[in-house]
Design a protein around this ligand. Sequence first.
Ligand SMILES: *[C@@H]1O[C@H](CO)[C@@H](O)[C@H](O)[C@H]1NC(C)=O
Ligand SMILES: [Cu+2]
Length: 352
Amino acid sequence: MLPRKIITVIFTTLSVGLMGSPFSRKGKSPLPEKGRCINPSKRRAWHTLPDDQKRTYLDSQRCVMDKPGTMGLPGAKTVYDELASNHQILARSIHSTGAFLPYHRYMLHAHEKTLRECGYDGGLPYWDEPHDAGNFENSDIFDKETGFGTCVKGNSCVADGPFAHRTSSIGPGFNLREHCVSRNLNDTISLWSSQEKVDDCMVYDRYEDLWACLYMVPHRGGHGGVGGTMRDPLGSPADPIFYLHHAWVDKLWFDWQEVDPGSRRHDMGGPNTQTPELGFPELPGSTEEEEERVFGKMPEELRRLEDEGTRGDEGGGKVTLAHVLTSLGVIPDTTVGDVVDTRGGYLCYEYV
Ligand SMILES: *[C@@H]1O[C@H](CO)[C@@H](O)[C@H](O)[C@H]1NC(C)=O
Ligand SMILES: [Cu+2]
């Protein structure tokens, strides 16, 4: 099935067996402190990075995209595709649910690991979208030498820069059909990523309101502003700009938490699953209608993996700190509680 997952389970069992009992017998703390975070990596805005750092990031990104995948996930030919595949399979439990922010934070962490294996040792960059809102057209993030390639009006395949002529077999929607990575700039929609729209969300005091606001407005500003592949709610990670966009969304959650870390870092909520009558709230029609008209019928093997990844998500329930985050074996599963603090030990970074 998924060999790496089985290995993960074995390792987890082993390490609990090795570390748990001897420590507790001696009456010391039952487990060594779980990864302390002493020197958090710094996540910086792309437009502030020197060109050589931009190039290092882009080179590592290409390295991940050129490595053959090992997980056997449907449509995933490369290591890079494996997270895109996860995003497609689990799409309905990680969008318009309370797990939206924690899952994408976990996904960024997995993404960072893949880059590390390709020699990248800096902090993940983020796209400071308010800096470019309403003017994605002139953003230096789309530079064809030191950026992600030109983003043009009118849907077209990315034709220059480090990711020119890339294709993906994850998507569109639930399809597993090879298609080019495309963009279709819209600076009307990119205004949803403006500081004003961000501020509208930051007024909320409860996670339950925050996530929904970030999801519906600034998050969609980046996806719809870039357009093309980025506009596909399922297959969007095929465009590597996805990770810089989501690092920014993650920063918004981080910034909100920093206002009152004592309570906001542990504030969680939002529904566990999409409401079937609503599906994706930004799209017309129910889950079933979306599958018929927007995404295409979900193939059986994807459905089986979706079931596997969402077991335990009760319909009608709320997302809690105990909620499990899975990448179907790409990296070990964890819980929401492990990702709420970016300097908590499981994670070790901060936005500067
Ligand atoms: C940009 O998006 C807006 C809002 O969805 C839409 O009305 C408009 O037609 C789009 N512009 C282009 C050029 O596609
Ligand atoms: Cu997503």
